[in-house]
Design a protein around this ligand. Sequence first.
Ligand code: UD1
Ligand code: CA
Length: 471
Amino acid sequence: MPTHSPATWSAIILAAGEGTRMKSSLPKVLHEIAGRSLVSWVVQTALDAGATRCLVVVGHGRGDVEKELVARFGERVEMVLQPEQRGTGDAVRCAMEADLALEGRLVVLYGDCPLIPVGLLDDLVGHSDRAGAELGLVTATLADPSGYGRIVRNGAGEVQRVVEDRDCSDAERALQEVNPGLYAMRADFLREAIAELTPDNAQGQLYLTDVVELAANGGKVVDLKGDMADLTGVNDQKDLAVAAATRRRRMAEDLARSGVGVTDLDTLYVDAECKVEPGATLGANVHLRGRCVVRAGALIDIGCVLTNVVVDKDAKVLPYTVAADSTIGEGAQVGPFSHLRPQTELGPRSKVGNFSETKKTTLGEGSKVNHLSYVGDGVIGEGVNIGAGTIFCNYDGEQKHTTVLEDGVFIGSDTQLIAPVTIKKGAYVASGTTITRDVPEGALAVSRTKQENKEGYVARLRARLRRSKKP
Ligand code: UD1
Ligand code: CA
C-alpha cells in the first residue's frame, strides 16, 4: 500500500485497441510474456500498487480479453466497453462516462506496457498529490524515440504538451524525451478535459495525450523521470520479444537473489506464476511454464521443460526431461530424457529413467521405471521394478484401460501388459512375456517358447548359404 498519502486512487487501463502492428489474430493485449498476458501484467501492477478500483477499457476481441481478466482477477477488475476504437482519449471518455462516481486521483495506463514497476506508480501518485497537480506524468529519454509521443517543454523547462510521432514537426521529431504513457490525473480535471478533445490530428482520433496541454494551460503539470527499460510499449512482435527478454532476465535475477541456485542467468525461463523455493537449483536452458512449484533441495538440470509440475524436496530432474501437469515426489529422480505426460504422480524416492514415457499413472514409493518403457493408465504400488522396454498396452483402439501393479511386483524386461490387467503383490513377470490375464500374488508369469540350442548348427548353415550364393 502507498505510504505517502491517505488518498485513494483508481486505475483506468486501456486495452480496447486491435494492435494491427502485431500482425496476429490474437488481440494485442492478450499476447503473453512469461506466461501472463500483457494486460494482466498491467492490471497486476495496478493492484499491487494499491489501486482501490481497476477499470479496464475493452473493445477489440472483447470476449477473449474479458474472459482472461475475469479468470485471473475475478471481481477485482471492472470492464468498460469502448464500442469503436477512436483513440486513447475516446477510451478514457468511455470509462469516465460509464462511471460517474469516479473521483479522487485517476491513474491511466496503457494495456500494452507490461514492465512498469509497482514503485513507479506509487511515486507518481504521491508526487502528483503532494504538488496538488491536475496532471502528473512520467517521461523518459530514448536514443531512438521514433514511434513515441514527444514531450515538449516551455522556456522554463515545464512540460507544455505531448505531440504524437506522426504529428511532429522536424524540430519536435528530434526531441528525445518521450511519453511512456503513464498519467495520474485529478478526476474532476480529466472529466472536463476529455470533453474538449478533438480529432484534429494525423490519425483523426481523440488523443489522450492532448489533455497534457489542457492541464498545462489551465493548471499544474508535474513530471517524473522514468527508465525506458521499464516502460516499453509493445506495438509489434519485436517489442514483445524485447519486453519478454527483459522480464525473463529480471525473473532469473530475482530468483537468484532469493536464494535459488541459477546456473545461467541468460537462459533461465520461468513464468510469472511459478514458485521456486530458496535452496532449489535450476540449470541452464530450463523452462518452467504455467504454475510449477519447485521445492528446496530439488534440482532441475539442463534443458528441462516443465509445465504445471510440482517438484518436491530433494527431487532430481535430470537433463532434457519434458513434463506436464504432474508431480514428482520427495527425493524422486526423473530423466535424463524422460517424458512425463499429464496426471503422472511419482511417489517419494521413485525413479523414471531415460527414454521412458508416463501418462495418468501413479508410481508408489521407491518404484522404478528405469529405461525405455511406456507406462500409461497405471496404478503402481511401492517397491515395484519395471524392466527395460516394458509397454503398458492401455488402448484397445476405442478405450483406455488400467494396469495395476501391486506392491513389490517385478516386471522383467521387454514385457507387454495388455490392460485391463492386475499383477498381484510380489508377483514376477518373466522377461519377454505378454500378459493378458491377472497374475496371482507371489506367482511367476511367463509366456514364451522354451529355448532350444542346436549344437554346431552355425557351421552347417553357413556352408549351405555359401553353396547357394550366386557367383
Ligand atoms: C501511445 C501514446 C504515445 C505514447 C505511447 C507509449 C496516445 C495518443 N499516444 O501511442 O504518446 O508515446 O502510447 O507507449 O495516447 N487503445 C484503446 N482504444 C483506442 C486506442 C488504443 O483502448 O481507441 C489502447 C490500446 O489497446 C493500447 C493503448 O491504448 O493498449 C495504447 O494504444 P496504442 O495505439 O498502442 O498507442 P501508441 O501509438 O503506442
Ligand atoms: Ca502502444
